[in-house]
Design a protein around this ligand. Structure first.
Ligand SMILES: Cc1ncc(COP(=O)(O)O)c(C=O)c1O
Ligand SMILES: N[C@@H](CCOP(=O)(O)O)C(=O)O
Length: 522
């Protein structure tokens, strides 16, 4: 693939955007420009118009009928991290199939921040707020409600969306109050309460939409299918979105290392499922080789398109807090794309004046798969990939994370922290959260265990507004909970186990058990 080399001094990386220091100096858009954008946005920032669709029209057709002239916003790939200012930039259209820079490094999707900055932060806040909870195609999706910040150039008709995003921000009142030293402002962003049960839906809608665009006229690229290596969640999301679009999906899974619930998802969605006798890192190496050889598009987060969708979870959190910035965001990390996606979402909002600061990020890893934690502890001097050990947080059993460099940028820019959790700590944290009304997955347990530690050493204060990112639905990991509550885990006390009580079906026997259980409360 030939690289397009351009000089793009005004298209600098969003970190160094010229407007970032002085949002008050931004130009207000002309009324004409505003009208064009609001129309393209399908819903005006003020009161969205109420109307009925014609009976023979679906929402996609309705969106096509309302299509506005194309806007000025654009995005492309550039190497990550960007070179020093003034250096010639390598740059690729999003319509090219390219995952690595010419030097073999990562790529990143860059937006024309100058074009976006022609509108004040208040414009974007109002526009995004006006789209929440509606069924307008495609803006009813939590991802596509931020289309201008995600894939501005894609035709809505090419979008493959299952109305993902808009996930619950849960106030963890009892967990914070009773178990975390009276925390008042503890929240859990339930990214796992979603179509396929994990945050991967947010990125996959973007990636599969772009593939759909590439495959259809006029581009008509001969892409035979979309493939990924997975610890279970990426493959589930890929399979669902491909099935919705009628595109073949191919998934490489490490045999016996993912949950049954995760395994059945791509099978049910009709994907080609290869169960391989290796770990995730081995599957990742293979899918990269295969996608270099066959016309199969790579869907892992090495492909930076995914992160454009995932970053909307950060924007959504800001939106849910009425555009007030929380103090802390805690994210479990594996392949490390998501921690960068969160940073990117927050940073884009800061640079464009939607908010005025960044939260501090915490990346939480399982002690059995902790290459980033070790790197952090070395003062960022030495990154050492490892062979990750099995962990109940099986989706983050990753020893050679593809996005380690992205994670370092995110953490350094936010005065971030990396924490780790042992198996016992993560299972206890998950189970205690469950006792307060959640049904967390073990990965969320890793993030919660990090929170416990950071509260204990007072890094996080009782009044700090803190958001723990729940990355998957607990129902996808029921076996780990069964083992915990059965107290079947070797060398683990399973402190919060709550096994069922077997009782004879007899009134007296039942009463005896209840009296014992409710002693002092009856
Ligand atoms: C449930 C779950 N949580 C957390 C992660 C970590 O995300 P990332 O790989 O982007 O660090 C993954 C995947 O790796 C996951 O599937
Ligand atoms: N947890 C992931 C691991 C790989 O994910 P990716 O986001 O880097 O593609 C999974 O579910 O497969």
């Amino acid at each position: 693939m030939a690289a397009t080399t351009t000089h793009a001094p005004s298209l600098s990386f969003l970190l160094s955007h010229p407007h970032s220091a002085a949002p008050q100096l931004r130009l207000r858009p002309s009324p004409h420009h505003r009208l064009r954008c609001a129309t393209d946005a399908a819903a005006a920032p003020a009161a969205p118009a109420k109307h009925r669709r014609a009976a023979d029209e679906n929402i996609r057709e309705e969106a096509a009928r309302h299509r506005a002239p194309s806007n000025d916003f654009s995005a492309w790939y550039e190497p990550f991290p960007p070179g020093p200012d003034g250096d010639p930039h390598e740059r690729y259209s999003l319509d090219e199939i390219v995952y690595r820079s010419s030097s073999g490094g990562l790529l990143d999707v860059r937006h024309d921040m100058d074009a976006l900055a022609r509108f004040p932060g208040s414009y974007w806040r109002d526009l995004f707020d006006s789209r929440v909870g509606r069924t307008t195609w495609p803006y009813g999706s939590g991802v596509w409600s931020k289309k201008e910040f995600v894939l501005p150039g894609i035709d809505p008709d090419h979008i493959v969306s299952l109305f993902e995003g808009n996930s619950n921000l849960f106030w963890a009142e009892r967990l914070g109050r009773d178990h975390l030293g009276g925390m008042k402002d503890l929240w859990v962003k339930h990214c796992g309460i979603s179509h396929t049960g994990s945050f991967k839906d947010l990125g996959m809608t973007v990636l599969v939409s772009q593939v759909n665009r590439l495959r259809r006229a006029p581009l008509s690229r001969p892409i035979a299918g979309v493939g990924c290596a997975s610890t279970g969640d990426t493959s589930a999301a890929l399979s669902a979105y491909c099935a919705a679009a009628g595109i073949p999906a191919i998934v490489f899974l490490p045999a016996n290392r993912i949950s049954l619930e995760q395994l059945i998802q791509p099978i049910a969605n009709g994907a080609t499922v290869l169960s391989l006798d290796t770990d995730f890192d081995g599957c990742m190496r293979l899918i990269r080789e295969v996608t270099a050889e066959l016309p199969i598009y790579l869907a892992n987060s090495l492909n930076s398109l995914r992160l454009e969708g995932q970053k909307t979870a950060a924007i959504e959190i800001l939106q849910q807090f009425d555009w007030e910035v929380p103090d802390w965001i805690i994210v479990p990390g594996g392949n490390l794309g998501n921690i960068y996606a969160f940073y990117k979402g927050f940073e884009m909002c800061r640079v464009l004046g939607l908010v005025d600061r960044l939260p501090r990020l915490v990346c939480a890893q399982a002690a059995n798969a902790n290459p980033l934690y070790r790197y952090y502890k070395s003062g960022w001097t030495q990154f050492q990939p490892q062979v990750a050990e099995p962990t109940f947080a099986s989706a983050i059993q990753i020893g050679d994370p593809v996005s380690v460099d992205r994670a370092v940028v995110a953490l350094k820019a936010t005065n971030g922290i990396v924490a780790e959790a042992t198996e016992e700590e993560l299972m206890n944290a998950m189970s205690l959260a469950d006792r307060t009304g959640m049904f967390a997955c073990p990965h969320t347990g890793v993030a919660l265990a990090a929170l416990f530690k950071l509260r204990e050493d007072r890094t996080i204060g009782p009044n700090d507004r803190t958001v723990v990112v729940s990355t998957a639905h607990g129902l996808k990991f029921s076996q780990s909970k069964i083992d915990y509550h059965d107290k079947k885990i070797e060398d683990m006390a399973c402190k919060y186990a709550n096994p069922p009580v077997s009782v004879k079906a007899d009134f007296g026997a039942v009463m005896d058990v209840l009296k014992k259980r409710l002693k002092g409360k009856l």
